[in-house]
Design a binder for this molecule. Structure first.
Ligand code: MD6
Ligand code: FE
Length: 222
């Protein structure tokens, strides 16, 4: 069967894989469980990243400390302070380059992008967010990247969260998308500038991560 060619390196029939892709909007899909099989490798690589560039709570231009702890890897990292939001090649906490992007991060991001219909995704930045119960991320657009033609690939690990998926205007009604360990959201094209956020996490514990949710967002920033 011709359509099987796309999937013949995966140990499941095409229809089974197909059933795990949910379209959120034109340009935005959830790939349920896409990263589950690679979670141990992703987390081992994450541990090396945070040994070099520890999680920290950054301050917004308005002076608020963010409730999600953040770090980065790759050539560029997303930072915020009293002067604004930007991408920077240097970690302001350490004065050094951000740690390199692990091969495992790049691989899952590129595979997910292809699965969602975005070829040639070459991320140069990965923002890593750590949530604990009660941590939230308010509604925002991702607009500090240099061009918006590349998608963003978002990998969720650990305890579940409810992702708020809005429209192109802040006031547009958002829908609530539950995200579990291993789910990957790919977000680009006409969805690239949609508002989104994360509701306060509920108390929970995960076998691999305890009371934490880790989110990796891979971007083409520069
Ligand atoms: C999070 N994610 O899920 C935060 N941004 O923890 C994001 O802010 C995000 O998941 C752009 C595209 C996908 C995302
Ligand atoms: Fe975002």
């Amino acid at each position: 069967m011709m359509t099987m060619d796309l999937f013949d390196d995966l140990d499941a029939p095409a229809w089974a894989i197909e059933s795990r892709l949910e379209q959120l909007a034109p340009g935005a899909v959830v790939l349920r469980g896409f990263a589950t099989a690679n979670a141990i490798t992703l987390l081992a690589d994450l541990n090396r990243v945070i040994a070099d560039a520890p999680f920290r709570h950054m301050v917004t231009p308005g002076g608020f400390r963010m409730s999600a702890a953040m770090t980065n890897c790759g050539a560029l990292g997303w930072v915020t302070d009293r002067t604004g939001y930007r991408y920077d090649a240097i970690d302001p906490e350490t004065g050094r380059d951000w740690p390199p992007m692990p091969e495992s991060f790049l691989r899952v991001a590129q595979d997910a992008a292809v699965r969602a219909g975005f070829e040639d995704f070459e991320p140069d930045a990965c923002l890593i967010n750590r949530y604990e119960p009660a941590t939230r991320l308010s509604l925002h657009q991702d607009r500090n990247e240099r061009d918006f033609t590349a998608p963003i690939v978002s990998v969720s690990l650990g305890i579940p969260a409810v992702f708020l998926f809005g429209g192109l205007n802040r006031a547009d009604k958002s829908r609530r998308v539950p995200l579990a360990h291993g789910d990957v959201v790919v977000w680009g094209g006409p969805a690239r500038l949609r508002y989104h956020g994360v509701l306060p996490l509920k108390e929970a514990s995960h076998a691999m991560l305890g009371r934490q949710r880790i989110n990796l967002t891979l971007r083409r920033a520069g």
